[in-house]
Design a protein around this ligand. Sequence first.
Ligand SMILES: Nc1ncnc2c1ncn2[C@@H]1O[C@H](COP(=O)(O)OP(=O)(O)OP(=O)(O)O)[C@@H](O)[C@H]1O
Length: 337
Amino acid sequence: MTAVTDAPGARDAERARDAAVPGPDDGEGFSIVTAGLTKRFRSGQVAVDSLDLAVPTGSVFGFLGPNGSGKTTTIRMLLGLVTPTAGSWRLLGTPMPGGMNGVLPRVGALVEGPAFYPYLSGEANLRRYDAADPSADPRTVAARIGLALERVGLASAAGKRYRAYSLGMRQRLAIAAALLGPRELLVLDEPTNGLDPQGTREVRALVREIAAEGTTVFVSSHLLAEVEQVCSHAAIMRAGRLIVQGTITELLGGEAMRIRVRTPDTVRAAAVLAALGLTEVRSDDEEVGAVLGTAAPERVCAALVADGVAVRGLVVQRPSLEDVFVGLTGEGFDVDG
Ligand SMILES: Nc1ncnc2c1ncn2[C@@H]1O[C@H](COP(=O)(O)OP(=O)(O)OP(=O)(O)O)[C@@H](O)[C@H]1O
């Protein structure tokens, strides 16, 4: 895991000290590598500040951050849609922007949802979309569209008008548009934005399937919980700066499991937890919580019961990426809109 030392409120300087420098210079084994990538807009706003990102090939990489933390600007720089102020980057091992024309056909991207025509079918929309891509071969268009629709699970709805598609189907069609050729890397900017829970599930399942077929997926999101469910790796941004990146297991590894006990005997329960060596023991009217550490929950439960504590409920809480964010920044992960 790589953490950035000067994150405000960082309590985990040690983690940062053992940080490995991401990615070899030649980008081998990494689908995306950036070094010092920076974007300062004319307004003076630094949207992305010295970003060093390393996205391993074969990963499902969650690019996380609250709204306005620089995710879209980063993605736009990666794809050559915005010119960086400083820094360098490689896509699929090739230095950019010089290698853009050769590499972009191997990269599928969903940045701003493509504008689809409501009265055309999904298939007809993809035909129009493909016709606008100078690198696409018109002779193979029918087969490529068929394959892409199949891949996103829309083959049976191919002839249906776009306006009749559900939100999840619309987003899956947008992903199909990004998959009109064989892609080694798929870049998705907030693919579940605005979707209902069903649509979100559909897109999540699709991302899993695409990754299982061997495509590296780089997906931005402000929904930490969602990313935990599909990603193998993640990077967390805050105010244009990278706070931490690594595998999900590494990121969560530094966070402790917590235990919560619901009981009317909070004073007695707190004493038992403290006697067992649990730390950060805190109680309110009907609940006691503590850091579980290495203690086995069943032993904690047995000790509580043996001491006469009436246990009405006991929960072991897995750490979350939100805990990581709060731990490293001292701030809540604020999601507004
Ligand atoms: N063209 C622009 N000109 C000036 N400032 C911009 C421009 N585009 C983005 N910004 C600013 O840069 C910062 C980062 O924006 P960006 O859209 O990259 O963040 P984000 O993490 O993708 O957020 P969101 O999820 O809301 O899209 C924001 O403060 C935004 O207002």
